[in-house]
Write a protein that binds this ligand. Structure first.
Ligand SMILES: [Zn+2]
Length: 417
């Protein structure tokens, strides 16, 4: 008789709290999995399962970070200083690429660091902006589900064909490898010509992939669109990147949202300065469009308060992202949720936790696969140590979001990583 392999054994993990996300928390709950799939979530132990008691921990679905820039994961701290001007920061980011005086590791190395840091933080699914192109060689990729958004930056019509070709190639490479998911990211209004933006959205539709776009992030960006003036135009002009007339005066984020809404799935990154009409538009597109709020990056630039409560009240789908280490101290997604839980007391903790799990999975179009603990979904877990000495009845959300619970183990597709 052959010994049963891990693949066909039913393994049941018991914990002080199981947080399925799609259902209320289960005290003393149990998650059972066979191979890479969840088979059972409940209180009892299913027949024939091998029980593993994990003790004083909370079991959450593997966390989903829908927006980061892993290529900056080698940075020890964000560039510049807190409260600095957005345009001055953009200049620092541009200068950090290919700076001979302060050489940085190859993108593949930084991405591997970022993936390892993400896994240690309980993150099993990532939406990464791939500026330097696809970095498919690294074995680490197998331990994390990565949607790689091929980023495009160009205002020049002379480079449209080249940019579209590169994105098509990236998409084909991703399909050939079958490991990372391809997607598209026209960077932002100040770096992508509106005609190219529309072509990239159309390409997303043609390929059936998600399109992410940084939008309504800073006052400098809105001034650039509205008046073709201000610090961003001055900076782009000084670098020879600005093409006069490329963006009509009077352009609003809403003009881009209307085009973006054609994509089968779209992510509005930041949305810090969306107005009421734009919030209503995003909410009306809820099935296909999400806003990704990056809380600690938002705080780094001292922007006006994020319209998160208004977005939620309007019915928009909002997820939280870490953004990259170029504007955030780390890739700890749970810290973003704790920050929001603390800053927005009117939002229920369960809803905050959904923004780093199920809402984020929906934003990436992966909700059938990840984002909650449900039979049939992939066996991805984040295991958090709970503070000891608390009663069983203590609110698990309060413990998770309010008391700095460390992630002690992470499971991806049924394997501890
Ligand atoms: Zn970003």
């Amino acid at each position: 008789m052959m010994a049963s392999s891990a693949g066909d054994r039913l393994l049941a993990y018991r914990a002080r709290w199981v947080i399925p996300v799609a259902l209320p928390p289960l005290a003393g709950g149990c998650v059972a999995m066979r191979g890479a799939r969840i088979e059972y979530v409940g209180i009892s132990v299913p027949d024939g399962a091998e029980l593993v008691d994990l003790g004083d921990v909370a079991l959450l679905p593997g966390l989903v970070n829908p927006h980061t820039h892993l290529e900056f994961s080698d940075l020890a701290c964000p560039l510049g200083r807190a409260g600095m001007s957005f345009t001055a920061w953009i200049a620092l980011v541009t200068a950090s690429r290919g700076n001979a005086e302060q050489p940085r590791p190859a993108p593949a190395e930084s991405i591997a660091l970022g993936l390892a840091e993400s896994r240690a933080a309980g993150v099993t699914t990532v939406g990464d902006i791939a500026t330097a192109g696809w970095q498919l060689s690294h074995a680490d990729a197998a331990a994390t589900d990565v949607t790689a958004f091929a980023e495009v930056i160009t205002l020049s019509a002379l480079r449209f064909a080249e940019a579209l070709d590169r994105v098509r190639r990236n998409m084909d490479d991703a399909a050939a490898i079958g490991m990372w998911r391809g997607a598209i990211c026209p960077h932002a209004p100040y770096t992508v010509h509106p005609e190219l933006f529309a072509k990239l959205v159309n390409l997303g539709t043609e390929r059936g992939v998600a399109v992410a776009f940084h939008l309504a992030e800073s006052a400098d960006e809105l001034e650039m669109m509205r008046d073709n003036a201000g610090p961003l135009i001055d900076y782009l002009t000084s670098r020879g990147f600005w093409i006069p007339g490329s963006i009509p005066c009077g352009t609003r984020p809403l003009d881009y949202l209307r085009v973006l809404a054609r994509a089968p799935r779209s992510l509005v990154i930041h949305g810090n300065l969306l107005d009421d009409e734009e919030i209503a538009f995003v909410a009306a597109q809820r099935e296909r469009m999400s806003v990704v709020y990056c809380p600690r990056t938002h705080a780094y630039f001292d922007h006006p308060p994020h319209p998160l409560p208004k977005l939620l009240a309007a019915g928009a789908r909002v997820a939280l992202g870490t953004d990259g280490r170029v504007s955030n101290p780390d890739l700890n997604l749970l810290a973003e949720a704790s920050y929001v839980d603390c800053e927005f007391q009117s939002i229920a903790p369960a809803d905050v936790l959904a923004m780093i799990t199920l809402r984020a999975a929906e934003a990436l179009g992966l909700a059938a696969e990840v984002g909650s603990l449900e039979p049939g979904k992939r066996a991805d877990l984040a295991v958090l140590a709970l503070p000891t000495g608390r009663s069983e009845s203590a609110d698990p959300y309060e413990a998770i979001l309010g008391s700095d619970c460390p992630v002690v183990r992470t499971m991806h597709a049924g394997a501890w990583v």
